[in-house]
Design a protein around this ligand. Structure first.
Ligand code: TRP
Ligand code: SF4
Length: 333
């Protein structure tokens, strides 16, 4: 029997290259080795965006279309939407009862989120009860399928630690080694930064979307930061200080190409504009197949909806089996 993997993303809408390189690519690889459950965390999106739900449905579809385009395969993996599995909400209740208040209060991810909410972006939003429960709901997601492993970015590891604590506590209280202690699976790829050198993110307006056209991508790449000390194109450049463009080369180029770029840049034989034009082409070549597939799904949204419905039905059947055991262990009526 294969080990079980559960992982999700909030329904934030169209995904960017940070998602692709940092998470989705890894998921695609895992599909053959594990029983994978990949879901859109729409309830988690509500923890902060409960009053901005006009785009919720489209955002969910966009996330799933990006996954499918990148190679998440509904024949191999179960693809579903969190809120279509009400069993998760029930499990969340049981887990909430056994989670001490200070476990959620000291969650560093939550502290970061609280900080963001208080600043400009969150417009001084209050922390609601639902947000406090973020790591518990996440534990319900993971334990609903009794996952062995959870592939996530390093920013999510603290949450998974809480999940492990909750699993252990559940097993202790209800007297059976029922839940696995899910391990975080980190991938070792280096994080891609945004076009301005900061963390790539939708709200920072510095991202390249998986769904961007080749033209838009080329244009965005032209705006990437380079070696700031370089004034003229025949000045010797410093690839190591070329914070964005050269970093992208190291991600998207072949080893030989990277050496050529480095060498030519250092000798002042390569202008930044030309360099970025080439880089844009390189990135576009890498994304062309993905874009083609994405266009296909955009033109066939009913197919995406069918994939979500079928995946959610499969996930739900499995969730019902687990929940039955949980109710037995807790001794519910
Ligand atoms: N919190 C995750 C994020 O923001 C999304 C998520 C929700 C998740 N539930 C999960 C990830 C369960 C892995 C497993 O990216
Ligand atoms: Fe960066 Fe290329 Fe300009 Fe060198 S030539 S500074 S690698 S963009």
């Amino acid at each position: 029997m294969k080990e079980i993997i559960v992982s999700g993303m909030r329904s934030t809408g169209k995904l960017h290259l940070g998602h692709y390189l940092g998470v989705i690519q890894n998921w695609v690889q895992l599909q053959d080795k594990y029983d994978c459950y990949f879901f859109v965390a729409d309830w988690h999106a509500l923890t902060t965006k409960y009053d901005k739900t006009d785009d919720l449905r489209q955002n969910i579809l966009d996330v799933v279309m990006d996954w499918l385009a990148c190679g998440i395969d509904p024949k191999k993996s179960v693809i579903y939407v969190q809120s279509l599995i009400p069993e998760i909400a029930e499990l969340n209740i049981y887990l909430g009862m056994i989670t001490p208040q200070n476990w959620v209060e000291r969650d560093p991810c939550l502290k970061d989120m609280a900080k963001i909410l208080k600043t400009k972006e969150g417009q001084g939003q209050q922390i609601n009860y639902g947000l406090m429960g973020y790591p518990v709901l996440m534990s319900a997601d993971i334990m609903m399928f009794n996952a062995n492993c959870v592939p996530v970015g390093s920013d999510q590891v603290a949450h998974i630690e809480i999940t492990r604590d909750i699993s252990r506590r559940f097993n202790n209280i209800y007297g059976e080694e029922f839940f696995h202690e899910a391990k975080p699976l980190l991938n070792n790829c280096s994080l891609i930064c945004g076009l301005d050198g900061n963390k790539m993110g939708k709200s920072f307006n510095n991202d390249i979307k998986i769904s961007d056209s080749a033209e838009v991508t080329a244009k965005k790449v032209m705006s990437a930061i380079t070696d700031r000390s370089r004034l003229r194109k025949d000045d010797p450049g410093h690839p190591d200080e070329c914070e964005v463009a050269f970093k992208y080369w190291t991600i998207f180029g072949e080893e030989e190409e990277i050496q050529t770029v480095k060498c030519e840049c250092e000798k002042g034989l390569r202008g930044c504009a030309q360099c970025k034009r080439q880089l844009g082409e390189k990135i576009n070549a890498r994304l062309s197949e993905i874009r083609e597939r994405r266009r296909y799904y955009e033109q066939n949204p009913q197919e995406v909806e069918r994939i979500i419905e079928e995946g959610s039905a499969k996930a739900r059947a499995k969730a019902q089996e687990i929940l039955k055991e949980v109710r037995r262990l807790v001794k519910m009526y």
